[in-house]
Ligand binder design. Structure first.
Ligand code: DC
Length: 205
């Protein structure tokens, strides 16, 4: 019954969209795709010496299991590769088929509501100030044993925001019909509750 029901969750790095997406997917039994992971896998292959285009065109499921995908260096390489139109084009079909799979799907990224799934039943744009996002990302990285300073993480977040927002192809921006949610002063439970309410309202209509 929920086949083709798509929830698009976009926003900048470390705004909380991953947590919200996973919680929404678990609550409704939808499948979840973190599309940033696709770009990170491309970035990792570029760091190993491939061209970005080749890396995107030859991407396989196993590439998503690379333990380094969560590092800042890979995020930076992902953001650079993501500005190349041929890289984005190579990843479109996979994302759209995922969105149409049986039982409903949540996709999170930068351009899901604007480009990948413009007809998604629910669109959310999750943001927070750069400072709040850098603090969250820094805490996550330190918890995983990475040796980085808050200043380094803030600089990375700002550089990535600028590149992701200013690129010509599928820039980071809210869809005209997206619900914006600023999580700077919201705890994650409140953000999850709001997202679940929005999805529930669309299921009932
Ligand atoms: O969500 P993330 O931090 O894992 O994403 C890593 C990079 O990939 C991000 O800086 C920009 C790019 N990206 C994108 O361009 N489009 C998406 N839908 C998802 C990620």
């Amino acid at each position: 019954m929920m086949d083709g029901f798509t929830v698009a969750i976009d926003g900048p790095a470390a705004a909380g969209k991953g947590t919200v997406s996973r919680a929404v997917a678990a609550h409704f039994g939808f499948a979840h795709l973190d599309t940033g992971l696709l770009y990170r896998a491309v970035g990792a292959k570029v760091m190993e010496g491939m061209t970005p285009e080749e890396a995107a065109q030859t991407l396989v499921a196993q590439d998503l299991e690379n333990a380094l995908l969560r590092t800042n260096a890979v995020a930076e390489a992902a953001s650079r590769a993501a500005a190349i139109p041929a890289v984005r084009a190579a990843l479109v079909d996979f994302q759209r088929s995922f969105a149409m799979r049986a039982g409903g799907a949540v996709l999170d990224g930068r351009d899901i509501g604007t480009v990948i799934c413009p007809d998604a039943q629910v669109k959310l744009f999750v943001t927070a100030t750069p400072d709040v996002r850098a603090r969250r990302r820094h805490a996550e990285l330190v918890a995983k044993g990475h040796d980085v300073t808050l200043q380094e993480v803030l600089a990375d977040v700002q550089a990535r925001d600028a590149r992701d927002s200013n690129r010509a192809e599928a820039p980071l921006k809210p869809a005209a019909d997206a619900e914006e949610m600023d999580t700077s002063h919201m705890d994650i439970d409140a953000a999850v509750t709001r997202a679940i309410e929005l999805v529930q309202a669309r299921i009932q209509n």
